[in-house]
Design a protein around this ligand. Structure first.
Ligand code: NAD
Length: 501
């Protein structure tokens, strides 16, 4: 596709996909990886899996660049990160276009996500020179202070559903804390991550500070975990792969932050503002065609309003305009890839076999060519496979509940704990429910808003560690406690200090 080639050339200096290493693209020679347009499954472009030998080059480049980066003043690092934001804003149209056709998401959504990525760098630019330590009032004659230091090289894995958004979310704080990054985006959506790597260097970061590797997880991804001098892994993706990566990391005693899947409960009480709750329920699951980790994929509705409310959501869902990513006026796009589309179809099939009914008799599989699934409301119960497994598509399971205790019990009857929400006008109940639902992010009379300034992460099988806010800067820092003796004639002890009293 000529437009894609031109867009890539603008930022990468080449129109073909490889890995971004030390200021240029290195092409792989492994298996061919094909990328497709989801609206008709025609070929977009293809590239070769990165060679395992790339790992050593990246390792060395990252070490050298990290030392240069750490040698700058914190203020200088902050300035460069702020400039990354400016570069992203300057190239927003190009990045948005590429994200649209590679991630198969509507152009407007793709552009909006790009601007948010600029904000992420601007936000962490501000933190770079504010990561100061603390002085602890220890009960001895010492001055004890705590320093936060860069860890070294951080390895990050990202999925295909929001490629540049997730890359920015992970890379910006790791750099702000003084680290180098090796980014392994999904093999299906590497292009905007490569462009981000190039723009970070253009903004003034040392060559090699951010490397972006294009290829499979089970090939070059595993090589990076096994061989490179990495100090931490941040993985965003499915629970199965997360467990696999954790095991590989454990063999090398490397800690992980895991950002995994979800099956979040969106709870609607009968005293809620039902118009807002209905709009919220739609945004919660159908935005991004449901390919969002925080999707409100279980819609828990109080039994007194269940039939009416679910019917309203189902009929409003039919007004959502489903279209090809570049089609003007579409609200949601196709499913990003064939494997995910087949997974959704399989779960829909299991759902109906287990007795779930489809509200308003909507046909989930769109009649048009391509990987399109219509926004679908299933009516079922919480024990069904569709209520327990992540569908990661525009399919919500509506489940009735009796009262507050019942709603909380159903919400927590899940292996996941990523997000959740409650809709009610009873302020005390809203807080009780927020307290008791086991989830890393919870909304009251709202859904889906997240911001890089607020901590994000999961409970239970949705992962551990946090990947935004101040919390992530601690994730990406080593903590050093320094003890300075201040007594003129210090007492020495064979114990861990002087015992008093
Ligand atoms: P995935 O687990 O298949 O892949 C994620 C990344 O891991 C990709 O870069 C992939 O190449 C790599 N990978 C795959 N197998 C690997 C292996 N054996 N070794 C090393 N790396 C490997 O996930 P996906 O299908 O790309 O994304 C969808 C999933 O991501 C969903 O479960 C969704 O909930 C989750 N997700 C979570 C969040 C969050 O923040 N919690 C955000 C977005 C998506």
């Amino acid at each position: 596709m000529e437009q894609l080639t031109q867009a890539m050339q603008t930022i990468l200096g080449t129109g073909t996909i490889g890995s971004w290493v030390n200021g240029s693209i290195i092409h792989g020679s492994g298996e061919t990886i094909n990328l497709y347009h989801a609206e008709d499954e025609s070929l977009l472009t293809a590239y070769q899996d990165a060679d395992a030998s790339i790992a050593a080059t990246i390792d060395e480049a990252a070490k050298v660049a990290q030392q240069q980066w750490w040698a700058l003043t914190a203020k200088e690092r902050g300035r460069i990160l702020y400039q990354v934001g400016a570069e992203i804003r300057h190239h927003a149209d190009t990045l948005g276009f590429v994200e649209c056709i590679n991630a198969n998401k509507p152009l407007n959504n793709a552009k909006a996500e790009v601007i948010i990525v600029a904000e992420m760098f601007e936000y962490y630019a501000g933190w770079a020179d504010k990561l100061h330590g603390e002085v602890i009032p220890v009960p001895t004659s010492h001055l004890n202070y705590v320093k936060y230091e860069a860890m070294g090289t951080i390895l990050q894995f990202t999925p295909w559903n929001a490629p540049i958004f997730t890359a920015g979310w992970q890379v910006a704080p790791a750099l702000a804390a003084g680290n180098a990054v090796i980014l392994k985006p999904s093999e299906l959506t590497p292009i905007t991550s490569l462009m981000l790597g190039a723009l970070i260097e253009k903004a003034g970061a040392p060559k090699g500070l951010v490397s972006v590797v294009s290829g499979y997880g089970h090939t070059v991804g595993q090589t990076l975990i096994a061989n490179n001098d990495i100090r931490k892994i941040c993985f965003v993706g499915s629970p199965n792969t997360g467990a696999h990566i954790s095991m590989a990391a454990a063999k090398r005693c490397i800690p992980c932050v895991l950002e995994l899947g979800g099956k979040s409960a969106n709870i609607v009480f009968d005293d809620a503002n039902l118009d807002s709750a209905m709009k919220g329920a739609m945004a919660a699951i159908f935005g991004g065609s449901g390919q969002s980790c925080v999707s409100g994929s279980r819609l828990l509705v109080q039994d007194t309003i269940f039939d009416k409310f679910v019917a309203a959501v189902a009929s409003a869902a039919q007004q959502i305009r489903v279209g090809a990513p570049l089609e003007s006026g579409c609200d949601i796009g196709p499913i990003q890839n064939r494997k995910q589309y087949d997974h959704i179809c399989r779960l829909l099939d299991i759902g109906t076999k287990e007795g779930a009914t489809i509200a308003q008799n909507v046909q989930p599989i769109a009649e048009r060519k391509g990987l399109f699934i219509n926004p679908t409301v299933l009516i079922g119960d919480n024990q069904m496979t569709v209520a327990q497994q992540e569908i990661f598509g525009p399919v919500v399971v509506a489940i009735p509940f009796k009262d507050e205790a019942d709603a909380i019990a159903i919400a927590n009857d899940s292996e996941f704990g990523l997000a959740g929400a409650v809709w009610t006008n009873d302020v005390a109940r809203a807080h009780r429910v927020a307290d008791q639902v086991k989830a890393g992010t919870f909304w009251i009379n709202s859904y889906k808003t997240i911001h890089v300034s607020s901590p994000f992460g999961g409970y239970r099988n949705s992962g551990h560690g946090r990947s935004s806010g101040l919390e992530v800067l601690r994730e990406y820092s080593e903590v050093k406690s320094v003890w300075v003796e201040t007594a003129p004639q210090p007492a020495f002890s064979f114990n861990y200090g002087t015992v008093e009293g």
